[in-house]
Design a protein around this ligand. Structure first.
Ligand code: BG6
Length: 607
């Protein structure tokens, strides 16, 4: 995933572009560049590494003159993170510069064709074919050149283009990658997401696939690929710049953990009306729901584990079989999908390539698709038959926290919504809804009940490995807890169904091996208790996560984490919180780059 920005107006473009790129650095940060037009000349500055290097090279943009420009921060997909491969890419005649987020799947064929036509390439990127196509098709009208170029491209792109013969203008074009226009006063912008715009303007326009725009300081014109000008509504962004900044916390991840009560409340509250769950965005009838024979949930990473956590409530209440499938597996498994399948696609970014591919595969086989995404206008949301947004606000830390808990919260609501519409639950609905409404408060309690987490982090941060064990709903949360730990602290962490320990894993338990045991589901607590005794008898040290008054667990565990008592069916969003905090503080002890863990990206838009 990469980030692109564009600006045109009356102030110097370079500082505005650099500021925007800093806000998008979480989207990719192995190289960066800006291109600014000064009269008829296009200047380019590119670096490897972080935006800070670009700021240094351009003296915070003061040594680059011009009021119109584009910028890019890269997460390498085609070609190593080098200066040559960094964007913007220039046409051979120097009249065009292009920045791109996405993947051009047919770039090799285009590259050969363009070479045959006499164009030379400076980089190994797929993007560079775009700028040469634009040059090849340009006959004085950039819009025409863009439309002809778009007809040749296969794959995904959010493009930014400037042309030295069109001073004061920037062009933006979108296909299957997010691209938003910022509407200013005497100035206009584009960016890969709103966080790069909101400090300049709260008025935005979400470009959709197959649309492109011509922006000058005083006008924005939007077209479809037939060249027809179209009108788009302006959306007003309500959250403020602070929402996209750290808000006083040392890391975005900690800020986003602390935002979870508000994020879950923002996601749940508007959907509870008159004692019922209401999804205005779902126009489904009881007949539609009766036609569902199976539910398949598909996603990647933490979103997949959110599916695992939500499955129990969905299946228990709706009595419809639910399977949770990794998107990267589902897409190639020749899945048994038909018109009676409801595919629930979970994605924070809405741009994960494997998730999109699995969704397209299942849709092609007849599945009805319902997306749970956090980014408005993201690609997943444009493909789905129905989209339910998690209103978590921008999530900047690569390791998701509020994205995960709001995804699980939506699954809980869907479980009640579908079961109630199918008549599978009656007066108990009111109790379930009351439990949901209490979740934000319970999450806050789970944060407040565990002041000892930094001390546990000091105790365990040098462990060779950490095992997370649990059963049923506890097992689903253990999976996400282990992923959080490994992705930000780099400690080897694995989650095991507690009942599975005796079938192999217990061979790894040695003296002082830390085990995190989740004991928040009373229906199987006794069984997990016996697993704790099993591992302790082999020398393990057990950090148990349970309720305050759970004497049996308290009597055997070495250390304790607590959550407030809640119906286990809906406790996943609560019990993950102490594990998120534990991972955070262990990573801190290990001096890890918590918001941008090595090798990871916020969303992997490639296979
Ligand atoms: C990974 C992220 O790259 O992608 C995870 O690091 C995330 O945090 C996973 O859960 C899926 O991303 P998304 O945007 O589809 O939820």
């Amino acid at each position: 995933m990469c980030g692109i920005v564009g600006f045109t107006g009356k102030q110097s473009a370079a500082p505005v572009l650099l500021d925007g790129l800093k806000k998008l650095e979480y989207r990719g940060y192995d190289s960066a560049g800006i291109s600014v037009m000064d009269g008829k000349k296009i200047a380019v500055s590119k670096v490897t590494g972080r935006i800070a290097n670009l700021c240094e090279k351009t003296q915070d943009g003061t040594n680059v003159s011009g009021f119109t420009g584009i910028g890019h921060t890269r997460w390498a997909t085609h070609g190593a993170p080098t200066e040559e491969n960094a964007h913007p890419h220039l046409s051979n005649d120097g009249r065009f510069a292009v920045v791109h987020n996405g993947i051009i799947e047919n770039y090799l064929i285009l590259r050969e064709e363009l070479k045959q036509a006499g164009y030379h390439f400076d980089s190994e990127t797929d993007t560079e074919v775009i700028v040469h196509l634009v040059e090849m098709y340009y006959r004085g009208d950039v819009k025409e050149a863009l439309m002809r170029t778009a007809n040749r491209l296969q794959g995904s792109y959010a493009l930014g283009v400037i042309c030295s013969e069109q001073p004061g203008k920037i062009y933006a074009m979108r296909e299957a990658s997010p691209l938003i226009l910022g509407v200013g006063v005497g100035e206009n912008f584009f960016a890969s997401d709103v966080t790069a715009l909101v400090s300049h303007t709260r008025n935005v326009i979400y470009l959709e696939d197959g649309e492109f725009a011509e922006l000058s300081g005083d006008s924005i014109r939007i077209f479809d690929l037939s060249g027809q000008q179209i009108h788009k509504k302006i959306t007003r962004i309500m959250w403020d710049v602070q929402a996209a900044e750290k808000g006083g916390y040392e890391h975005f991840m900690l800020k986003e953990i602390m935002e979870q009560p508000a994020a879950v409340k923002a996601t749940i509250a508007p959907r509870i009306k008159g004692g019922k769950i209401c999804f205005d965005e779902l126009s489904v009838t009881q007949e539609d729901l009766k036609g569902i024979s199976q539910i398949i949930i598909t996603a990647c990473g933490s979103a997949y584990y959110a599916g695992c956590a939500g499955k129990y409530a969905l299946e228990r209440l709706t009595r419809i079989p639910v399977q949770v499938e990794l998107a990267s597996e589902l897409r190639y498994s020749d899945p048994l999908i038909d018109e009676q399948t409801l595919l629930i696609v979970i994605s924070q970014s809405g741009e994960t390539a494997d998730t999109i591919a699995a969704m397209r595969e299942c849709k092609a086989r007849g599945a009805k698709t319902l997306a749970i995404v956090n980014v408005v206008g993201s690609t997943v949301s444009t493909i789905a038959d129905y989209t339910v947004y998690t209103w978590a606000g921008p999530e900047i830390a690569v390791a998701t926290t509020k994205g995960y808990t709001t995804q699980v919260a939506v699954l809980y609501m869907l479980a009640i919504y579908v079961a109630e519409k199918l008549g599978r639950i009656g007066e108990e609905t009111a109790d379930y809804i009351k439990t949901l409404q209490a979740l934000p408060r319970r999450i806050q309690q789970a944060i407040d009940m565990n002041p000892s987490i930094p001390a546990f982090a000091k105790k365990y941060h040098k462990s060779k490995a950490l095992f997370f064990i649990g059963r049923n709903t506890d097992y689903a949360t253990a999976l996400e807890g282990a992923l959080k730990m490994k992705e930000i602290s780099y400690l080897h962490s694995e989650a095991y169904a507690a009942g599975e320990l005796k079938h192999g894993t217990i061979a790894l338990i040695e003296e002082h091996q830390p085990i995190i045991a989740l004991c928040c589901n009373p229906s199987i607590m006794e069984k997990t208790l016996s697993n704790i005794v099993e591992v302790k008898s082999r020398g393990a040290e057990v950090l148990a996560l349970t309720f305050r008054n759970n004497q049996k667990i308290l009597s055997v565990a070495d250390d304790l984490l607590f959550i407030p008592e809640t119906d286990a069916l809906f406790a996943g969003v609560i019990e993950i919180v102490p594990l998120q905090l534990l991972a955070y503080y262990v990573a801190k002890e290990n001096n890890c780059d918590i918001d941008k863990p090595k090798n990871l990206a916020k969303s992997v838009t490639v296979e």
